[in-house]
Design a protein around this ligand. Structure first.
Ligand code: SF4
Ligand code: SF4
Length: 283
């Protein structure tokens, strides 16, 4: 079963939840898809090894064949190719690697070369059933989605996969939550939390992904998030209090279930609830 953990805004405790849920379950893969600033590893004492580079095909122009017809530049919606009166230029950082310019070039003047934009890491020792994968986008690279797609290719469909999505509702989040079986939306009981939760709910509804909500630090704000969920028929899977001990463990980089074992059962129960929701009820 593939479970994504997402949130409309950053700072809701999404990563904390992903790490603790993964540690509470058996035979799990945890994927850190927040490839621009992955941080699950900060809570896990793991040695990481590189599994692969992530490349995207980027055009190179054979100027001896090019007649400056401009078809490649007309095709490229990302403005990654400019055809000038006497030259043609490629801007690799803007290229999405779609391959379209190569297809439309009538002179076969374009060849594609791989360009590295990031890496995939994995924990060195995955004995005990816990496997952790992390995507890391190179500094300055604008496109997170190809790294996330490469990361998700390591999902073993026979195991439970926990996917820690980036915050927000933009393309990298869509790539992270796409094709999962269930999405947990993490929020907090503040006006910002409610606003961004509503955006995230719209997103998963459009994608037709079953989902439920976890309210973190539920006792710091008002009741509006809960009222919204109830009015929308959205399942509130769990409420986590604003707990001094949880906050202290977080600041020390310690998953709180390791020091608060009563939470292990709660996360196991959460997983069972999700399986039931996925089995038919859903939101
Ligand atoms: S591969 Fe696609 S995105 Fe890249 S330059 Fe060609 S048309 Fe543009
Ligand atoms: S489509 Fe091909 S021939 Fe035309 S400008 Fe682009 S690279 Fe040159």
């Amino acid at each position: 079963m593939k479970i994504a953990i997402a949130s409309g805004k950053g700072g809701t405790g999404k990563t904390t939840l992903a790490v603790n849920l993964a540690l509470a379950l058996e035979d799990v893969q945890l994927f850190d898809c927040d490839v621009e600033e992955p941080n699950c590893h900060l809570f896990l004492d793991l040695d990481l090894i590189k599994v692969e580079d992530v490349n995207i095909p980027t055009p190179e122009i054979d100027k001896s064949k090019c007649d400056l017809c401009g078809k490649c530049s007309e095709f490229c919606r990302f403005n990654a190719i400019a055809v000038l009166p006497k030259d043609v230029m490629v801007f690799p950082a803007l290229c999405h690697g779609c391959g379209g310019c190569t297809i439309v070039c009538p002179k076969e003047a374009i060849i594609e070369k791989d360009r590295s934009i990031g890496v995939i890491d994995r924990n060195k020792n995955s004995s005990g059933g816990f496997e952790f994968y992390r995507g890391l986008l190179d500094i300055g690279e604008p496109m997170a989605s190809p790294v996330i797609s490469a990361l998700k290719k390591h999902i073993d469909t026979n195991r439970t996969a926990i996917i820690d999505a980036p915050p927000g509702t933009a393309c990298p989040v869509i790539t992270s939550v796409g094709n999962v079986d269930y999405c947990i939306l993490v929020t907090e009981s503040t006006p910002f939390g409610l606003h961004d939760l509503m955006l995230a709910v719209d997103m998963v509804r459009i994608l037709e992904i079953p989902f439920g909500v976890i309210i973190n630090r539920h006792d710091i704000g008002d009741e509006k998030v809960e009222e919204y969920c109830n009015s929308q028929g959205i399942t509130i899977l769990m409420k986590i209090p604003h707990d001094h001990k949880i906050a202290r463990l977080y600041s020390e980089g310690i998953p709180f279930i390791s020091s608060m074992p009563e939470w292990k059962d709660r996360f196991v129960n959460l997983f069972e609830t999700i399986k039931q929701e996925y089995g038919g009820v859903g939101s």
